[in-house]
Design a protein around this ligand. Structure first.
Ligand code: ACO
Length: 338
């Protein structure tokens, strides 16, 4: 998946998290857990929770507007909108269509992409091909989720993990030699049972019974997902790097899906990457699913962690099961030239 006719990269970045902070101390009052257990098993200290009136498209639109402002572009400059989410505002229409209307974009195509926590990496991969072929000039790729709406707040094994948020990137042409260098995606439905939302779809439509049995909430076999997550992040990173002739030693900054600090640390150890080259903010936001990679990268760049010419790897894993990584050579030049 390399060799696009023109260089494509990220030319604008933005993110948005809800204002409400839910701390581990708050959770201690809700379920049988402790701050100590949550911190040592996950690295999470607090997470953001959407207000009652906030849905995925609201956070997505706010992140998109910030990314466009960062790129120096107007909403009318966007040619395609792609929203990676597993918590769309509703089953249809697509959240991407709602975002298009909300931000005042032209009547451009938009669609949602369901790849769990790998969604943003999938979205970058799809969006970059469509810019690379010349079909579109500027593609808005958004990762957004409001997992708090599908979290069972009586289940301590899952409710301590998740948070809400959105991150967005504008993809466009970048100077030759920079931008995306390689992509590697994977998926295996054999693991669908490890992580899913059992009811509300065509197999088990919503009934009073499914609601009564908490079947509209995330079900997860945490241990199995943990092992899969480490393996998938390591393999996807090596595969993507190999496609552009690089190795883990070449990584300047790894931006992994923020599920659990232990998963990130274990993957970094296996890749033999020093931890100061791995960006983590799971302590502040928990697992925000498709939003976690762009929220983390936006923060990393604002903190000056992303240098000109740096090799950046985005890597994710999630429900599906899915996994994926992209390699990017960073350039601020498109911003400066604008
Ligand atoms: N507080 C206190 N005790 C708890 C809690 C809690 N919040 N949750 C579980 N426990 C208990 C369990 O009941 C168990 O007790 P037992 O030994 O008496 O049975 C004990 O802690 C150990 O439980 P484990 O599940 O073995 O704990 P583990 O170390 O595996 O950590 C965790 C659990 C944090 C969920 C971990 O497995 C994990 O992070 N898995 C990956 C999750 C993930 O990455 N998901 C990503 C995808 S999300 C998406 O796509 C939407």
């Amino acid at each position: 998946m390399t060799g696009n006719p023109r260089a494509v990269g990220i030319i604008g970045l933005g993110s948005c998290v809800p204002e409400r902070v839910l701390t581990n101390a708050d959770l201690e009052r809700m379920v049988d857990t402790t701050d100590e257990w949550i911190r040592t098993r996950t690295g999470i200290r607090e997470r953001r929770i959407a207000a009652d009136h906030e849905a995925t498209s609201d956070l997505a639109a706010a992140a998109a507007q910030r990314a466009l402002a960062d790129a120096g572009l107007a909403a009318t400059d966007v040619d395609l909108i792609l929203v990676a989410t597993l918590t769309p505002d509703m089953a249809f229409p697509a959240t991407a269509n709602l975002v298009q209307h909300h931000i005042g974009a032209r009547a451009v195509p938009g669609f949602d992409l369901s790849a769990g926590c790998s969604g943003f990496v999938y979205g970058l991969t799809v969006g970059a091909q469509l810019v690379g072929t010349g079909l579109y000039q500027r593609v808005l790729v958004i990762g957004a989720d409001v997992l708090s709406r599908i979290t069972d707040w009586t289940d301590r094994s899952t409710c301590v993990l998740f948070g809400d948020g959105a991150g967005a990137a504008v993809l466009g042409s970048v100077p030759a030699g920079s931008g995306f260098l390689a992509f590697a995606l994977g998926g295996d439905g054999a693991g669908a049972e490890l992580l899913n939302l059992p009811a509300g779809g065509s197999r088990r439509p919503a009934t009073a019974d499914t609601v009564g049995h908490h079947l509209h909430f995330i079900r997860m076999q945490g241990n199995e997902v943990f092992k899969f997550g480490v393996r998938a992040m390591v393999d996807a990173t090596i595969e993507a790097l190999g496609k552009c002739g690089l190795t883990p030693r070449d990584i300047d900054l790894l931006v992994p899906h923020q599920a659990n600090i232990r998963i990130m640390d274990a993957a970094a150890r296996r890749l033999e990457i020093p931890l100061d080259r791995v960006f983590a903010n799971v302590d502040r936001f928990g697992n925000t699913s498709a939003a976690s990679v762009p929220i983390a990268f936006d923060q990393a760049r604002r903190e000056g962690r992303v240098k000109e010419g740096a090799i950046i790897v985005f890597v994710g894993f999630g429900a599906g099961l899915t996994w994926g990584a992209t390699v990017l050579r960073w350039s601020e030049a498109p911003w400066k030239d604008r």
